[in-house]
Design a protein around this ligand. Structure first.
Ligand code: ZN
Length: 154
């Protein structure tokens, strides 16, 4: 096996650190495979690697390379911060939906809906009467013209 995993004995995140947690697919689209390092600095240390890079025996490329232990640590960190975030969210929503405040919110919503409905009804009545007025005007003009025509005729 090549010595890519021996190239960096310390952190793999500094050099190729674009992946957080356990990588599932490389940017090139290839699957990630689990390999075991055979290098002197990291004997038997497991790592994730782009399958394309493995099959082409690439070295010092920018395809995914990540130590499994580091990836797992990342994953644990990510999950624990995610858990904290969710806990925070639950606590905040409890405050918002607590008792009176919740009732007020519901009341406001109902009031708003009623207002909207009333407004819509008023609107439709107004437009209806506008249409009616237009018809009336047209009829009125027609009547006038007929009257004028008749007067001329007589
Ligand atoms: Zn790749």
């Amino acid at each position: 096996m090549s010595n890519i995993s021996g190239a960096s004995s310390g952190s793999s995140t500094t050099r190729r650190g674009r992946v957080v947690g356990v990588p599932t697919v490389c940017w090139c689209g290839a699957q990630i495979v689990g390999k075991i390092s055979k290098s002197d600095p990291n004997p038997y240390r497991r790592y994730f690697r782009c399958a394309f890079a493995v099959s082409n025996k690439l070295m010092d490329d920018n395809h995914v390379f990540k130590w499994v232990d580091e990836a797992l640590l990342n994953e644990v960190d990510r999950l624990s911060s995610e858990a904290k975030r969710l806990e925070q969210m639950v606590r905040e929503s409890e405050i918002v939906f607590d008792g009176a405040e919740y009732e007020n919110m519901v009341f406001d919503k109902v009031l708003m809906k009623v207002k909207e409905e009333v407004f819509e009804k008023v609107e439709s009545v107004v437009s209806e009467s506008k249409r009616y007025m237009k018809k009336l005007m047209i009829v009125g003009i027609a009547v006038c013209m007929i009257v004028v025509g008749l007067e001329n005729f007589i």
